[in-house]
Design a protein around this ligand. Structure first.
Ligand SMILES: *Cc1c(COP(=O)(O)O)cnc(C)c1O
Length: 495
């Protein structure tokens, strides 16, 4: 399997190069040159496996130069850091409705599914390439990626990591998780601005020739742990396929029956992995893109117009407060028949005009549905799911649940459906508790206790321990200060 750039199909990479580089030299995203085939026989083979085996087996279909045995070593290590026997249990909440809980990892959000594995893939990729340089991971986070990347890379030999987060754009718990991060190779800085400001500023530093040269002098190369990195995306494909296997082994589906997935979406990484599983051959009826008030993707899938010149809303689901969904570029590459010149033009338009428009009737995007939920609807979903199903949703997953209810009302589609559940409700305890108890608690620590008393849902130990850990990271910078921050953190006195 070779990889190509979305903006230049003639530019090819190996899997190891794709993982180490993170982004193509031409600014495009790195994508597989074709989709490996997942047929009935292959799914059958996966049925008997546990999750680390399924994940290794799916990854082996994509990662040339990595053997199944090697990958299994990495997936076993990564997923041993999760609570419980199954790192991503599928929980039945209603006759036709299931929750795929992806938040039993070290930071209680779905980012752990990929970020516990990425350091193994990255270190191995460098070794395969004979690359002796140290790796500097730069991350812009809307909340959950930052912590998951810090945990994944902490004290990993040969790596250093800097996470930039929007100072006022993450939840109290998310911020506390990052500011108390331990490890000798970790740095965290707040940026005054929103997530898009942080992401844009970090992207600029990645391609800044001066930064590249200065770091190279010191034997350091930058890489990304953001969801544009192929090493982030590939591990996510596995849980869509595994959830399907679970539905078959539990007798909910017969092999070949179709299933829907509803995905709370921000940067379009999670649902894109679902699309890749579908393109491989997984029997999918609909992939439902769920957005919060930042509903730019709903508009795109319904009209073809992607326009970032709009109001930015801060919501209860901060990891979805995003206007520029980076991974959408990979979908557009596929939808445009892999015409990289067209993709280049589309993204030039986006850069110059802040918008682009595609003729949806010409594109094969029929597997997608899109909807959005405002804050009231999100609260109501948390409320209703607790009342009727005794199930506690976090606000991100509640957006998906709300969009799904609306979808069923409109279509009467009775296909079995998996809602991809992306965070522990305890990570957003105030909003969750207030929604289901009709309260107005503002203290996150009290909210954790009250949520536990009210719902009896199990609370992760790591959440309880958070308020006793010392704050280690206090840096806050302006958005044009990212470059200097990189120098300060990594080069020390040698500016
Ligand atoms: C990151 C995140 C999302 C959005 O996922 P994307 O891959 O960016 O679309 C949704 N929910 C939670 C809890 C997240 O952390």
């Amino acid at each position: 399997m070779k990889y190509v750039s979305t903006r230049d199909r003639m530019r090819t990479y190996s899997a190891a190069e794709a993982i180490v580089k993170g982004i193509s030299d031409d600014g495009g995203l790195i994508v597989p040159s074709s989709f490996p085939v997942l047929d009935g026989a292959k799914i059958e083979e996966l049925l008997a496996m546990d999750y680390p085996e399924r994940a290794a087996s799916v990854l082996a279909m994509y990662l040339d130069g990595f053997s199944y045995e090697e990958l299994l070593g990495y997936t076993r290590k990564a997923y041993s850091r999760f609570d419980g026997e199954d790192p991503c249990p599928l929980v039945k909440v209603d006759d036709d409705l299931f929750m795929l809980e992806l938040w039993h990892g070290p930071t209680y959000a779905f980012k752990d599914m990929a970020l516990t594995l990425l350091p193994h893939l990255m270190v191995a990729s460098k070794r395969k390439l004979g690359d002796m340089s140290r790796t500097l991971i730069l991350v812009a986070t809307s909340g959950d990626t930052g912590k998951a990347a810090l945990e994944g890379f902490r004290d990993v030999e040969g790596t250093e990591i800097i996470v930039f987060y929007p100072v006022d754009g993450v939840s109290v718990m998310q911020k506390r998780q990052m500011l108390t991060q331990q490890g000798a190779n970790v740095h965290v800085a707040g940026i005054r601005g929103n997530f898009d400001d942080a992401q844009t500023a970090v992207k600029k530093v990645f391609t800044d020739p001066e930064v590249i040269a200065k770091l190279k002098d010191r034997g350091i190369e930058m890489s990304s742990a953001n969801s544009i990195n192929w090493g982030r995306l590939a591990p996510q494909i596995a849980y869509y396929i595994s959830a399907y296997c679970d539905l078959v082994t539990s007798g909910e589906l017969r092999l070949g029956d179709k299933v829907n997935f509803v995905v709370p979406t921000g940067n379009f990484g999670n649902i894109l992995a679902g699309y890749y599983a579908y393109r491989m051959g997984l029997p999918v009826h609909k992939l439902i893109v769920a957005s919060n008030a930042n509903n730019i993707l709903t508009d795109f899938f319904n009209t073809g117009k992607y326009d970032v010149k709009r109001k930015f809303y801060k919501t209860m689901s901060p990891s979805m407060d995003i206007l520029v969904s980076s991974n959408l570029e990979r979908l557009i590459f596929e939808a445009e028949g892999r015409d990289s010149a067209k993709v280049r033009k589309i993204y030039e338009d986006l850069k110059e005009k802040g918008s682009f428009e595609l003729d949806l009737s010409q594109l094969d995007l029929g597997v997608f549905e899109a909807g959005w939920a405002d804050e009231d609807e999100t609260n109501e979903a948390m409320n209703v799911f607790f009342d009727l199903d005794d199930y506690v949703l976090d606000p991100h997953t509640a957006v998906a649940a709300s969009v799904y209810s609306e979808y069923v009302d409109e279509t009467e589609d009775d296909t079995k459906t998996v809602i991809v559940s992306t965070a522990s409700p305890y990570k957003f305890a105030c909003d969750v508790y207030n929604a289901i108890a009709g309260a107005k608690e503002k203290d996150p620590d009290k909210a954790v206790m009250k949520l536990h008393a009210f719902t009896a849902a199990e609370c992760p130990d790591g959440i309880l321990a958070l308020n006793s850990l010392p704050v280690r990271h206090k840096t806050v910078i302006d958005r044009d200060g990212v470059k200097q921050a990189v120098y300060d953190f990594v080069l020390g006195e040698e500016k």
